[in-house]
Design a protein around this ligand. Sequence first.
Ligand code: ADE
Length: 369
Amino acid sequence: MSGTHSRVRERVDRDDTVVSPSRAKAAQKAIVAWFDRARRDLPWRRTKDPYAVWVSEIMLQQTRVETVIPYFERFMGRFPDVEELARADIADVLLAWSGLGYYRRARGLHAAAREVVSRYGAKFPRTTDELRTLPGVGEYTAGAVASIAFGERAPAIDGNVMRVVGRYIGLRADVGSTEAKRAVRAACEALVPPVRPGDFNEALMELGATVCSPTSPDCPSCPWRRSCRGVELGLDAVAGGPKKRAAVPRVKLIAAIVEREGAVLLARRPLDGLFGGLGEPPLAEGPLPRARTTFARAGIELHGKPGPRSVEHVLTHKVLEVKLATARADAPQSLAPYTDLAYVPRSQLQATPMSTLARRLVRVSFADA
Ligand code: ADE
């Protein structure tokens, strides 16, 4: 008896997340009208050029709008179209990206530009299916570019859209679960309109960024307040709150600061992996005796102990705690995992592709000197 009851109940709960055509129509109208009033004037919104839309969407992955704006403007000035980007040296692309983080995105962008030129004669592919074959372009980016630049009726589901739509349909499943992804995708497929699909997708992103925030959504200002199941059920009861992050590991590193005749020794990171292809003062894992041995094998001799200053660099999955030690290296040799070591004159550091961490280390070492 109770078994029958709970089966019926479960079915009702699941069907709850389905968006009917009439509800979808009202929701589309309300959010697009809101977007027309509330949209922020962002540089990539002044164009439908697929190249510009694509560059902006790649930059906006895991990165805030305010951070992206100056990088986007500089990048478009430096590489104004896909051919210019395809022709560029990867070192120049990394330099333009330097400080944005997640450098794999820059390498994907460069590789994809070369494919657009070689496979499509520099004309951007127009469909999600074709876009998805480009390096670094996943389901989200393909949907965003196809809908914004080409008017394809395709969803673009990132973390913000998962939260906003998850709340709207009253999703109870954890947003990371397969069930949640399936429900939100189905809802988005019903919601994205045939007219102005790109504006609809950007409106959802805008709602997530400015109104439907993880911790303090401003429901009274929301165009969906009257039909939001999350409001009806209580937002605490549905998916989409902030994730509790597990404590991230701390990694202790020693940076060897080697200066010779106005030049600084930089090591280049392997192309794949964290800070791929960028230069930095050579780093070795601590504690000190272990780092000293690692450096000595590469012909880098640490002077005494690391100085009092250290740099803490917070990444998504770990915190790097880097102590700085001055050192000398008359004939530096290879040091794993770096691909090479070279002295770079101070005057050229600005023009050298380096991560934000590496720039901080160099800045601190100059201040110490
Ligand atoms: N986040 C991802 N894509 C975006 C866009 N086109 N505008 C604003 N924020 C975004």
